[in-house]
Design a protein around this ligand. Structure first.
Ligand code: VGL
Ligand code: ZN
Length: 242
């Protein structure tokens, strides 16, 4: 066979596999196409904290639903990093800090536009604690962010001035990590900013969609996916992981 014939035969085989998987019958060799995270991959679990779950101060719709998905994903990873939104009282991102401002309005601060939020994830409070239902026995690092009173940090890599590093990129690189899989809350804020900054720092980056839930403020979810795609972030489902 010529190379072209080999390729076209392969393509037919792959189409066949796609048709079979629609029927729910995936042959063993097609299952091999799932992603197997190895020693150079890390799962990043963003802000799965009481504040972002029902009963918390800034609940994300369906936020608790990511927990079992993430717990199951954790079995496939030897490297796991967890993040925590960790604000001072009177933080710049709180509406209550700015006289006359209401939550979900936006203002201009020294480093750019800032959405104002209800007071949330204050350092040391139960609201800021990780969900007690998370089971991540192999998690190696908890990185806290947003702890500078005058600056927010949606991203686990860089604060909102896009200059101040959290240290996560250096940590991951020092550990030999090349690929990151981002999960958690919220898709359109801390997950998206973390994923985009992971790309900026040179990591191959996936967002596992069903392991996230969104705030979706004025179309922010669709905008976030568009921006992530433009930056080369790959969008997958937890069933794509072996
Ligand atoms: C987040 C809003 C404010 C997040 C954090 O984790 O997505 N969103 N602080
Ligand atoms: Zn916050």
């Amino acid at each position: 066979m010529t190379d072209a014939q080999v390729l076209s035969q392969r393509r037919r085989l792959l189409c066949g596999a796609a048709a079979l998987s629609v029927l729910g019958a995936v042959p063993a060799w097609a299952a091999d196409r799932k992603i197997k995270p190895g020693a150079t991959a890390a799962l990043i679990v963003v802000d799965v904290q009481n504040c972002f779950i029902d009963g918390g101060t800034l609940p994300v719709k369906g936020g608790a639903e990511v927990v079992p998905v993430i717990n199951k994903l954790a079995d496939a990873f030897t490297n796991i990093v967890v993040t925590q939104d960790w604000h001072t009282p009177g933080h710049a991102s709180f509406a209550s800090t700015h006289g006359g401002k209401k939550p979900f309005e936006s203002i201009k601060l020294g480093y750019g536009q800032q959405v104002l939020w209800p007071d949330h994830c204050v350092q040391g409070t139960d609201d800021a604690a990780l969900s007690k239902d998370l089971r991540l026995p192999t998690a190696q690092l908890i990185i806290r962010k947003g702890f500078h009173k005058d600056m927010d940090s949606y991203s686990a890599f860089e604060e909102a001035d896009h200059k101040t590093a959290t240290g996560l990129a250096g940590y991951l690189k020092a550990r030999g990590i090349r690929t990151v899989f981002v999960t958690g809350l919220a898709t359109d804020f801390c997950v998206a900013w973390t994923a985009m900054d992971a790309r900026k720092a040179g990591f191959e980056t996936y967002v596992i969609e069903d392991a996230t839930r969104a705030i979706d403020l004025n179309g922010s979810l669709a905008a976030a996916w568009k921006q992530m795609q433009a930056k080369g972030v790959k969008r997958i489902k937890s069933s794509d992981i072996a």
